[in-house]
Design a protein around this ligand. Sequence first.
Ligand SMILES: *Cc1c(COP(=O)(O)O)cnc(C)c1O
Length: 380
Amino acid sequence: MSAAPENQFHSDLYGGRLTIDVDAISRNWRVLREKLGGKSECAAAIKADAYGTGQKEVGRALFAAGCRTFFVAVPTEAIALRQVLPEAVIYALNGLLPGTSGPYLEHNIRPVLGSLAELEDWIALCKSSGRSLDAAVHVDTGIHRLGLSPEEFSQTLGDAGMMGPFVPSLLMSHLACGSTPSHAMNRRQLDLFREVTAPHAHLRRSLANSAGVLMGEDYHFDLVRPGISLYGGQAIDDDPNPMTPVAKVEARIMIVRDVPEGDTIGYGAMHTAKRPLRNAVVAAGYADGMLRRAGSTDERPGGFAMISGHRAPILGRISMDMITLDVTDIPEHLLERGTYVEMLGPNVAAADLAAYAETIDYEYLTSLGRRFERVYGPLT
Ligand SMILES: *Cc1c(COP(=O)(O)O)cnc(C)c1O
């Protein structure tokens, strides 16, 4: 177990602790790679600070595990990652914003070109330097965010004069409905991606995020780009999640108190005690990434925490700096002042909590706050 360098204070001074198991992330990466049967490359999406788990640490660990290609979103992430991984292939998914081509070339970052304008700018750069400069081309097969339209893609890539010396290092697209494999959109995107890239099948191709990896070989092509599955998240709804949890959030109990029947708890008086309750106030709030929407009201239950194997439901609204938990049925000796309570982790799946907050585990992971002590090591 090692404390992260950014911790400035003694453990006692933090309201809680975020533990990240980087080895578990590497194990998850190997599990996904196994699914490819050696036929395609397993890259890694480590944007948004590796989904909140630490880009530097995760980048290093995955490179050591054998990962050679990394996807981040924005130029700052790409350049920061280059500092840690001098030899890796790094793609910036958000592409070529004005002013970024110089730094991309300087740091050997490959943009994922997401519009005709970006592609034209990059081709101009290739033409003026008289050679191909590495970059991916993104074709939109139906998500309507980034990517050239299939027509723009086919026209430009099929026009040797227009392309000049530029040979894309990767052709890619992105699935809109991977979390629901039965959704007709998946097949439609797969067919369209095959069709538009068929004349360029000698180039490397990539379609799959985590869900695409799990959906099987048809979706794998030459390279896959899993993110959420590396971090133990739920890529496919309603399936048993095959991945290992990699993060644990624990908050400390500040006080335990009684709430008489009929009294209310927290801001807005949203939750009324329907019997005499005992509640524990813990030092984690929405400023620490405990999404406010997971609070409870008289009409609907909220999320929960775990205290030594006991479930402790969230009572009332989640505040900025604290959460109130129902500990009425939990033995007193487990509730000592200062005790660490599991708010998210092996016993509180981010995907379960996310269901109460009407969101997805991606949002939980990437929201994890910077106010906790950060520890790298096993979750136990
Ligand atoms: C974020 C992202 C991924 C990874 O997606 P997951 O669902 O987290 O596996 C892959 N490709 C693109 C283009 C992305 O934006």
